[in-house]
Design a protein around this ligand. Structure first.
Ligand SMILES: [Zn+2]
Length: 171
């Protein structure tokens, strides 16, 4: 089911999400709603709090792991990760121009550790691990940030953030 995507600065986007203790129908339904919403609005990832559910579930597009060559389409490959945990594998700074479904009409350069791993489980409770750097690494960190009440807007300069907030107020 398509669910509305919360927009910054909705207070639910700043809350810490609860770990999933047991994968039951409510979690499977949540994952399906997240997938329906993501594929309808379009994007490369989504976290449960973005549809107003404060539980630790994300969806990431693992096709981004593959090197994307000019003119070669790689179909999106969405994977659900329950209770994701990020481990930094290479702390060197990497900058990506990030955007977010919850922060429409705004992109900004965000510096994060270059290479990370995301560990969690799939919807059957089997362990999953995705490793990535560059754009994919940034996506893994971006989605997990949402579970800790952070959007990429919290990782940019005060000046850029106030520019965005002013723009939002005008609307
Ligand atoms: Zn986001």
């Amino acid at each position: 089911m398509l669910r509305p995507v919360l927009q910054y600065p909705d207070p639910r986007l700043f809350k810490i999400s609860e770990p999933v203790a047991e994968i039951d129908d409510s979690v499977r339904e949540l994952a399906q709603d997240m997938l329906d919403t993501l594929t309808t609005v379009g994007g490369v990832g989504i976290a449960a709090p973005q549809i107003g559910v404060l539980r630790r579930v994300v969806i990431v597009d693992v096709s981004l792991m593959e090197p994307h060559e000019e003119g070669k389409e790689i179909p999106q490959d969405f994977r659900v990760v329950v209770n994701p945990v990020i481990t930094v594998l290479d702390p060197a700074k990497h900058v990506e121009n990030e955007g977010c479904l919850s922060v429409p009409g705004f992109r900004a350069k965000v510096a994060r550790p270059k290479r990370v791993a995301m560990d969690g489980t799939d919807l059957d409770g089997n362990p999953v691990r995705f490793e990535g750097e560059g754009y994919f690494g940034a996506c893994l960190q971006h989605e997990t940030d949402h579970l800790d009440g952070k959007t990429f807007v919290d990782r940019i300069s005060y000046l850029k953030r106030s520019m965005y907030e002013k723009k939002m107020k005008k609307k």
